[in-house]
Design a protein around this ligand. Sequence first.
Ligand SMILES: [Zn+2]
Length: 230
Amino acid sequence: MSTITPEMTALNAAVRREFAAEYASGAISSWGIYNCRPKNNNPANGYSEHSWGNGEDYKILPEGGAAGDRLAAWARTSPLVAETFWKVYLHWDHIHLTASPRRNPDNRQIPPCAGGKVELVTFLPLREGDGIGDRAEKTDDVRLVQDMLNVAFGTDLDRDGRYGPATVAAVATHLGGEGKQVRAKAYESLLRRYVRTVGGSAGGITRDQADKRYLPKGAPIVARGWEPPA
Ligand SMILES: [Zn+2]
C-alpha cells in the first residue's frame, strides 16, 4: 500500500508547477515516490526516504538540455527540499529529492513497511510478443529490458522494443526459465545486476563514464511516470 507524506505531496506539486514546460516536453518525468527499500538496496545503509513516501526520483532526458541542472538548482534553494542527489540509473540522469523534513535523518529509523520486501521501480510484467502489433504500447518497457540485458550481460540485442525470438533467447539464458516472460523477480535480479554493472559498487564506473558508455543513442527510453493521486 503506497503512502506519501504531505510534504512530499507538496514538493511534487511544486516541482510540477515550476517545471511544467519540462514535464510537457518530457525533459523531466517522475519515476517514483513510494518504494519500501534500503538505500541502494543495501540494508547496511538504512532505509531510503522512499520507504516513507518522502522522496521522489526525477528522470532527466539526456536530450532535455539543462533541465536537470535547473531542477537541482531550484531544489537547493527550496525550503521544501531536504536533500538533493544526482545519480545514474537506467540510462537516465536521475535526480532524487527528499522532502523536508527527512524521515530518516540518522539512517536508523524504521519505516512502517519495515520487514517488508524490497520493491524496485514500477514495471509492468512483460511477455513474448509485447512491443509488437497490438501490444506495441509496451515497446518502451521491452527496450528497457533489452538495454539492461546488453549492459548487464553483454548481449547484443537490437533495441527495437520488440519481445521477439532474440529477446526470448537472451532472457532465457540470463534470467532463467524459457525466456517468454519477465516478471517481477526476474526483473529485480536484472535490475540489481544492471545497477552493479553501471557503477553502484566497488569496481564500478563514474557517472560520466556511465553516460558515455550507456546513454542510448537515438530514441530515449520513456519512463513510466508516477502520477499524483487525483
Ligand atoms: Zn530516490
